[in-house]
Unconditional design. Structure first.
Length: 87
């Protein structure tokens, strides 16, 4: 397999990357209880760097900024599927 140059955007939509992430989530979920399990995830198309202010100089995530800037993506993870009325 040839070495590829990745951007966040290309990696986020690549089927091989998504399949690898799915396998990692499945493997992780086998090691934890149901309440601790990952049920949904999304791949962001933005790097978290010191330069774009998502990381501190010691490489800690600036949670407040991430939560503010990615509120829609986070909300989508917790949104319930529409309920269908049965008659």
């Amino acid at each position: 397999m040839a070495c590829r140059t990745w951007t966040c955007r290309t990696a986020a939509t690549d089927p091989d990357v998504r399949a690898a992430l799915d396998r990692a989530v499945e493997r992780t979920n086998r090691a934890v209880s149901r309440p601790e399990s990952i049920r949904k995830y999304t791949v962001l198309t933005t790097d978290f760097t010191v330069a774009n202010d998502y990381l501190t100089p010691s490489l800690k995530v600036k949670r407040e900024k991430v939560l503010r800037d990615f509120a829609d993506e986070i909300e989508a993870l917790y949104a319930e599927a529409p309920k269908v009325a049965t008659v």
